[in-house]
Design a protein around this ligand. Sequence first.
Ligand code: HAM
Length: 416
Amino acid sequence: MKFQAPKGVSEYLPGRSVAFDYVRQTLTTAAVSAGYQLAELPVFEDTELFARGVGETTDVVTKEMYTFEDRGGRSITLRPEGTAGVMRAVIEHGLDRGQLPVKLWYTGAFFRAERPQAGRYRQFYQLGIEAIGLNDPEIDAEVIAVADRGLKALGLKDYRLEITSLGDAASRAAHRVDLDAFIAKMNMDEATRTKAAINPLRLFDDKREEIKIQMSKAPLLIDYLSAESRTHFDRVCALLDSYGIEYRLNTSLVRGLDYYTGTTFEFVHEKLGAQSAIGGGGRYDGLMRQLGGADLSGIGFGMGLDRILLACEAEELELLDSDGLDLFVIALGTESKFVASGLVNSLRSEGFNIDMSYGDRALKGAMKAADKSGARFSLVIGEDEVASGQISIKEMETGESQTLAITAIADFLDSF
Ligand code: HAM
């Protein structure tokens, strides 16, 4: 029997894994630079947490969750997203009783039983941040700026930021009255009408031409913002302007999760085809209370690392090999190998990235391995080198060599 990975999962192996790690590291750096602290969270949670947090009627909860009964008869779900788990941890551990906002970042695998296609996986990776406890436009702008800084640090250019406000409860109630009246007069099948009765905003995201045409005249939530929501949103936009972050107002932006209120946004890459959302997020006013915590607001984002890597590849960006090897050591002969192995071991302890040739490879094969390793330098140790204590170290890119004492290798590598 030949095993294969389960259908639709993403995995990163040598060749791409360094680039993937570089994407994750770059976004992490952006989060840490703004004072976010790591939250390492469980990959599975109580099913009810997602049903209540993400929304009972969302596609994520009704169709896409990996839910199973554990050995104790509890209903468990592999996390489809990160925000609900973060809120659970904040409430459970009382993190909101200290300084506000609580600022956390997290990364890892997430799971949604979607139909696999390019850029859409059943196991995928996100890096997210959440700022919990204050409803302040400066925080909204900070969260968006962190994501944007991460994307720019990777060198990405062909993406846009779409932003809107879903307003507060009063704004949404006023809009809902007019939207329901508008929908009542629309032509649609019964199934669509039932869906619209639960969350009419989803009709803005309907891909069918006949619905799209009708919805193009529907009343927009942005025109119903309360004075408070309007002021908040205007301030967020003014802050983004002042940071030089470009954005496009998308008044029909619909997110797949139900907890959003106020500022809501998505980063869209122009070269990714159908699965073009490389990240998204927004504010969630009622979520914490909904999950049994205090009535505090929060805002955050989830960036899709798989899609961001695809976007980097589409833009042909050179992602730095941050973990590259400093040196590849080739040893010839049993005695030399013993010496080389000791040298490699001590250089690794000093913090250098070193690999060496193993087995009984001839010099030619070992040189090939050195080439493939991507190491910056290589050296050969044979009987003569062991006897003299001198080696010749070669810079792989230029082919230039210089001779130095074996004891001076660490200082030599350090000088780069
Ligand atoms: P989301 O928009 O559902 O938001 O997911 C965030 C990002 O994860 C998407 O923009 C996309 O890049 C990536 N993603 C989602 N599903 C898949 C998939 N099946 N395959 C590959 N990539 C995928 C959230 O998850 C929210 N928790 C974000 C958030 C945090 N909002 C507030 N705080």
